[in-house]
Design a protein around this ligand. Structure first.
Ligand code: ZN
Length: 487
């Protein structure tokens, strides 16, 4: 073929591809304008949930790896609070205390056709070492300036209070669910859930219970997350990254620092850390991110619709775009984060062993073993070795739950009735939750904290001045009311 003919052919292929891409984008129409939020008057029926949350926040149920540091009376007090706050729930649902940090409520359904649903939360919180600097004490439970203040107001006594408050109201109105609903609450999520969610997950498995779906804490209804989207995004976590701490170690001869060898343990370790940091793993647009972009397309301006609906063509461009910011980069890659460094204990002594901890978050579809093998290769070139830092090893990434599942649709429908202004999209959750203990107990697992939050408000989670606005809280309660009603 002659050169002009080749050029014409290339041009024709390019035009053809462009036409297909445009057609696919045009076939995805823009979503209608966002509906207004629920009016304040519609929130009155959830009134009282703020008092319930305030009561629960007052209990300093901080979980510690060292059990003796825990305030056991606070945990016992919280369980008594639940009985007092939700008498109908306690009269009509079976409650089991599976160990001292695990509560399981069973709300028997009227039918036998539908598989159960599990609604999860945890009642432990993280410490607040900067208590003196809070505007309202972390365990004050103050209701002030339109908010409930304190630890747990965002993470995650809030959903526990909302779910049980909604159940209490529905029970009073004579509601009976069609399918059985389990409320599963752990009291040690912040330290791994071994005394809480693990026991519930094991109990359900031992009874041969396989739920249709599970809902646990997760993404917020994010305000202002993407500048090109005109409404808040309810981020329904359909998958969770895996977790692994890796010890990177380099050995040296030790000895006095006055006559150092050409290479030291600290130097080798540093080279290994730099190698890990400067060799990011390959990006990948897996099922979760593809589902996210697919659902996001109708809420995005036309140029973004062209990109998101044509990942077959623009995948590399989208990867480059995501890779440019550290928050979106975490959605498409397994990440390495060096967090702790250790050399010798004295200024003038060379280290026998220099050690770093690298915190690794593993992308769904990849494995701990595969990631470790790559790290081993990178570290070896610098004279360092790697090994899992904990004997328990690795939390593998979760399976990716479907978005055409009845559980996903139920959550979407409840959101439309409680936060009609928001768009629900599937998302990859990059923090760990209790769901790892339920992998055998539910067909699909979703992670959502149904509260509208900006990035600034989210800093209250594990941070200072944790609080939740009362209107926001009542909308969250109505979300649970709508969700339970549909079960
Ligand atoms: Zn939490």
């Amino acid at each position: 073929m002659s050169l002009p003919a080749l050029l014409v052919l290339a041009l024709a292929i390019l035009l053809g591809l462009a036409a297909i891409a445009l057609a696919r984008a045009v076939a995805t129409p823009r979503a209608p304008k966002a509906a207004p939020p629920l009016a304040e008057s519609a929130l009155a029926r959830a009134a009282g949930v703020e008092d319930a949350l305030s009561t629960l926040v007052k209990r300093a149920t901080i979980s510690y790896f060292d059990e003796t540091a825990e305030d056991s009376p606070a945990f016992a007090g919280l369980k008594r609070d639940l009985e007092a706050l939700f008498p109908e729930v306690h009269a009509r649902l079976a409650r089991e205390d599976l160990g001292d940090r695990a509560l399981l409520y069973t709300w028997k359904g009227s039918g036998t056709k539908d598989a159960p649903a599990i609604l999860c939360a945890h009642f432990d919180v993280v410490p607040a070492d900067d208590a003196a600097q809070w505007a309202h004490g972390p365990f004050s439970g103050d209701i002030a300036d339109g908010s409930v203040w304190g630890r747990g107001a965002q993470d995650i006594k809030v959903t526990l209070a909302c779910a049980l408050h909604a159940a209490e109201r529905l029970l009073k109105a004579g509601f009976v669910p069609r399918r059985t609903i389990y409320f599963a609450f752990g009291g040690d999520e912040e330290i791994g859930g071994m005394r809480g969610a693990r026991l519930v997950g094991e109990a359900l498995a031992a009874r041969g219970i396989r739920a249709s779906f599970l809902l646990d804490e997760g993404g917020p209804i994010a305000d202002g997350m993407l500048s090109f989207v005109d409404r808040p995004l309810a981020l329904i976590g359909i998958a969770e990254k895996g977790y692994m701490d890796v010890a990177v170690e380099a050995a040296g001869a030790g000895g006095h620092a006055s006559m150092p060898p050409r290479r030291t343990a600290a130097g080798d370790l540093s080279r290994a850390v730099v190698a890990l940091e400067s060799s990011p793993l390959k990006p990948s647009l897996g099922f979760t991110v593809r589902s996210f972009l697919g659902k996001l397309a109708p809420y995005s301006p036309f140029p973004f619709r062209v990109l998101f609906r044509n990942l077959w063509l623009f995948g590399p461009l989208v990867k480059a775009f995501f890779g440019a910011s550290h928050t979106s980069n975490a959605l498409i890659r397994t990440t390495f984060a060096p967090t702790m460094l250790q050399g010798s204990a004295k200024e003038n002594v060379l280290a026998d062993v220099a050690r770093a901890n690298v915190n690794v978050r593993i992308l769904p579809g990849e494995t701990g073993a595969g990631t470790l093998a790559v790290m081993k290769r990178l570290a070896r070139r610098s004279g360092a070795s790697v090994r899992p830092a904990h004997p328990e090893g690795v939390v593998e990434p979760s399976p990716e739950s479907p978005v055409d599942h009845e559980g996903y649709r139920a959550i979407e429908a409840a959101l439309a009735l409680s936060f009609p202004e928001a768009a629900a999209v599937p998302f990859l959750f990059s923090a760990g939750t209790d769901t790892k203990h339920y992998r055998g107990a539910a067909e699909a697992m979703y992670r959502l904290t149904p509260l509208r939050q900006t990035a600034a408000q989210l800093e209250g989670v594990h941070g200072r001045d944790e609080r939740v606005g009362i209107s926001n809280l009542r909308r969250c309660e109505i979300f649970y009311e709508r969700l339970i009603s549909a079960l």
